[in-house]
Every structure is written in C-alpha cells, then in structure tokens.
Design a protein around this ligand. Sequence first.
Ligand code: ZN
Length: 219
Amino acid sequence: MQIEALSEKPVSEQSVSEQIVYMARRMFERRLTDMAGGNISARAGDTLYITPRYAGSRQHWQLTAAEILSGPLAGEGLQRHPRFSREGQAHLAIYRAFPEVGAVIHAHPFHVLPFCVAGRPIEPVLEATQKFGVTPVLPYAPAHSEDLARFVVDGLRGREATLRKQAAAVLLPKHGIVVAALDLWAAIDALERIDWNAWCILSQGMLPSSPLAYAVELP
Ligand SMILES: [Zn+2]
C-alpha cells in the first residue's frame, strides 16, 4: 500500500483532491468511519471529485490525490469508471437535487451506528448540534441501490435552510450516515459534531443515578 506524505501546503490552499485525501485520513483516525466503507466527495463547478471504491477495506483511507476520481457531474462518464464508489450514486443524486451542496460524506461513525441499528433518530442534545435539527432515519433500502439514493434525497428535502447554514444529515438503517454540506470543511465538522452528540446520548445510561454513588468515605 502506497502512503503519500501530506502536502506541505496549508490544507486550505490544497487542491480539491488533496483536501479529500486529508479529510479521509482525519475521518478514519477519529473513528468517524471504519474499514468497511464510506466515501467523500466534493463539487467544484460542474466537476465532481470522489474517493474511489475500496478506499476503506483495501487502503484503510490512506489515499493519494492521484487516486481521487473526478469527472463531470452530468452524464454517465464518472459512473462507468471501474473504481467509481458503489455509493457514488447517492452522492450524484444529492448534487443534482440540491445546488447549494458542495460536499457529501457517507460514513460509518462509531457512535452513530447504534442509532442506525436501533432505527432511532438522533436528537440534537448539544448546543453545537442544534443547527442540524433532528437527524432522521430513512426507510430501509439495500446498500448501493437506486432506492437508497432516492430515499437520501427525499430525506434531505425540506431541510434546505439547514443545509444552507452548514449541513444536514440522514441515517441509513443498519448502515451509516450521509452528510450533505456546503463544503468539505462543513461536512466533516458536521459529521464529528453529530457523532459526539450521539455519544452524549449513549453515555447518559452510564451516568450514576446520584453523583454521590461512588463517593469514598475518608476516615
Ligand atoms: Zn456504507
């Protein structure tokens, strides 16, 4: 597996492909996705940039900028690429439906997955996640299916005002999350905020009923 050193340039000055490589590494090291999958894409004008198939399972998210696929948003050209991600269909559907979206991340975040398994929406319990509203659970559709792409678009409809603030997300039952955002920075920031929000909900059950439950009496 070839590992490319991160560019010396500040990330904000890097190319879209280099920024996606950077985001992929951050996403994986912060357990915002796993080896099983996920994908990151960004739009620049009429061009779509997207991580390749098997970025997680075969490369553990250690990608190079040259491996990021790019092509016109319109037409079928990009989809015919042999390494076009199987979830890329959902990304394309989002960009075509929502002109304000500049980046999309699909991921399997550590603390979000229990909600996907339970089919439970994620309520915003942190001040930092109020702006995303409730992240809903979509109807079930098999991974990589056209139904899944359609459900994702339907799940984001009506939430354009939230999208224009930063991002909006949907949960895929038994699978993961899709975040649509203004740009890559907004997308990964929203992904982590929602994951930490999920951890805050999960951890409530671990808190002792009384703050004195573990108090030790000193002589
Ligand atoms: Zn997935």
